[in-house]
Design a protein around this ligand. Sequence first.
Ligand code: BG6
Length: 494
Amino acid sequence: MKAEPCAYVIFGATGNLSRTKLMPALYHLDAARHLPDGTRIIAIGRRPWDQATWLAQVKEMIQAKTREAVDETVFQRFCERMYYHRGDLEQEECYRELADVLTGQNHFSKNIAFYLSISPSDFGTVMESLSKHDLFDEEYGWRRVIIEKPFGYDLDSAQALQKRISHYLNEEQIYRIDHYLGKGMVQNVLVFRFANVMLEPLWNRNYIDHIQITHSEDIGIDSRGEYYNSAGALRDMLQSHLLQLLTLVAMEPPVSMGAEALRDEKVKVLKSIRPIPKEAVHAHAFRGQYARGTIKGEKVDGYLQEEHIPPDSVTETYASMKLYIDNWRWRGVPFYLRTGKRLAKAQSSISICFRHPPLQFFRDTNVQCMNPNWVLLGIQPQECIRVEMTVKEPGLEMSTRTTSLDASFRNSDEKAIDAYEDLLLEVLKGDRSLFLRFDEVEYAWRIVDPILQTWAIERDYIATYSAGSWGPEDSRLFDKESQSWRSTLTPECQ
Ligand code: BG6
């Protein structure tokens, strides 16, 4: 699919996401000549800035994130694409003026992408207002809307939001973001699985003991206290990014890379996840909250000392859960998912543990115990694919050690591309394969809803963990003694 020029209208352009991700990503796309001629960016913000002030802000945003020094020629070209539109989302005139700007003398493209980088509570109102001013009318060009997560707060609110926005838009116009799908290594999970024939016979319950998906961060909640305290780790990371990773690891081969084929298979996985009954929530899920501790040698506050956090908050900053996929491929294989803030280190990875081989063959040797094979997919910061094997140690004795076969994702001369670059470009191409269809979001909420409901009632106690540790003691989730969290991508002695 070819990228087509459009007017990229960014609601919330002065906010954090725009500063740290959207503007730098658009600039990098422009620098790499990926933005089609005629593409313009309309930044909507409430602040009383003129064009020059906005451009100075944009330069700062890019400087803070760019991989190399800002190229003045590229930046000038980028500035020519920019247009700052001052407006208050709650005021009718913001939309009237926007409609005038878009259809007036400025020669904006007739294709328009609206990026809602705003509070989810404003999604409905903004769409209603855009619709009222005929801005979703596709008579002369396409109209697409990009919606940031979270899509809803739970199953009911997600369904209500969907119902509301479907008055104004059809599904083909909606691009629901899960930025994990824009990450190179996440896309590599599919290539690894479906371009290597040797894996397919092994990728099932006959050979795989269990699968772990970890997303750990060493940062806390920064200035997002208000949002985070009402969300918590389960909503913020697990319901979205981690369940998406799970679908990619577990799905059947789709008939093609096309959006519908891919999403059909992902939805099948989500639908096959065994529902967690309320009485089994404690056996399947665990939550914790960080207390004071030390990160990279520095003392840091606990969650309750962070800004905007009520002193009696039981919001979880760590969540883990165990899921089973009741289908032919995965029946009986536990999937363990965990995420947390202020953990020992920042790392996202998928670790696939294979079954133990029989030890009978080695009965008369020094070999007492062997590590199982692991396939390790490092998503970030280390991007790698590793297959751990047992080999003989050199020497006269029969002893073994673990070694790993490494396929790194990127050579040292290959540039890292931010997930948002890919996602912003896909919108111009009209390719929705890296975006979520509503049923994916809906089934993901169905999976976590019983846990959310139980935790919402149990407000007296939450386990804590020291900042800088690997989280609370949640080993009760594991099915067998031989299973435990794996936190490294290098061979572990077990
Ligand atoms: C966001 C969450 O969706 O993902 C944040 O709201 C989290 O809390 C972030 O820090 C993690 O994304 P990444 O790309 O830094 O792993």
